[in-house]
Write a protein that binds this ligand. Structure first.
Ligand SMILES: Cc1cc2nc3c(=O)[nH]c(=O)nc-3n(C[C@H](O)[C@H](O)[C@H](O)COP(=O)(O)O)c2cc1C
Length: 204
């Protein structure tokens, strides 16, 4: 198993995927399980994954993604779906911690009250938070896939309304990102340059 540092240094975006490679549901579930460990604000877990692996469904999704070939060439294209009103699901999500004695009633009530205070009347915050959660989840997914010898391609080149319709998203949901996952074919670009670190970081 490679280290996290190796994964950070080794991952690149793939454009070319082996179209004959398939992934089992167990392999997909394992990537989802690892992605599920992604932290979210208040542990709201305000995103979900849709793993599209059926050829016909990938073909429709590709149309909604401006025809990007990796949507169909990759074994699976994941949609990271952001959820508005994430605070509404929080009480049930953290109840097992109360029931298990991990937190007391005061901590449970305070946790929920603080989350509601930040989100209940603030749709912009709900959307920002869903994008933050979904983006972090996408990164976890990409590193998890890389560690398993797979390659990934993140995409925001899609029509959000068409993707929402194609995947049957509710009115409280929106697509944050698509991530193609599979085996590399030849011809992918080498690692891309980054600007010098001292131009990127300010140390105060
Ligand atoms: C949020 C996000 C959206 C992206 N959308 C697309 C896309 O729609 N199509 C595409 O070919 N590449 C897309 N990319 C890939 C970027 O171009 C790529 O990550 C960037 O050039 C850096 O290369 P690297 O990932 O190999 O380090 C996206 C990347 C990110 C992080």
């Amino acid at each position: 198993m490679i280290s996290i540092i190796d994964a950070i240094n080794g991952r690149t975006s793939a454009n070319n995927f082996d179209p004959t490679h398939e992934m089992s549901d167990d392999e997909i579930r394992e990537l989802a399980r690892l992605t599920n460990e992604t932290p979210t604000s208040f542990n709201m877990q305000n995103y979900r994954l849709i793993a599209v692996k059926q050829a016909a469904k990938k073909a429709s999704l590709k149309l909604a993604a401006f025809g990007q070939p990796k949507v169909t060439d990759a074994a699976v294209t994941f949609a990271i779906v952001g959820k508005m009103k994430g605070h509404e699901a929080l009480p049930a999500l953290i109840k097992p911690m109360l029931d298990g004695g991990f937190i007391d009633q005061a901590a449970y009530d305070g946790w929920i009250a603080m989350c509601n205070g930040m989100h209940a009347e603030n749709p912009a915050m709900q959307r920002d938070e869903a994008i933050r959660s979904g983006a972090l989840a996408a990164m976890t997914l990409m590193y998890a896939a890389h560690a398993k010898g797979l390659v990934t391609g993140a995409m925001i080149g899609f029509d959000p309304a068409a993707v929402s319709q194609e995947l049957g998203l509710t009115s409280n949901e929106f697509p944050v990102m698509l991530v193609a996952v599979g085996k590399a074919a030849g011809g992918n670009w080498p690692r891309k340059v980054r600007r010098p670190v001292d131009e990127m970081v300010t140390i105060l």
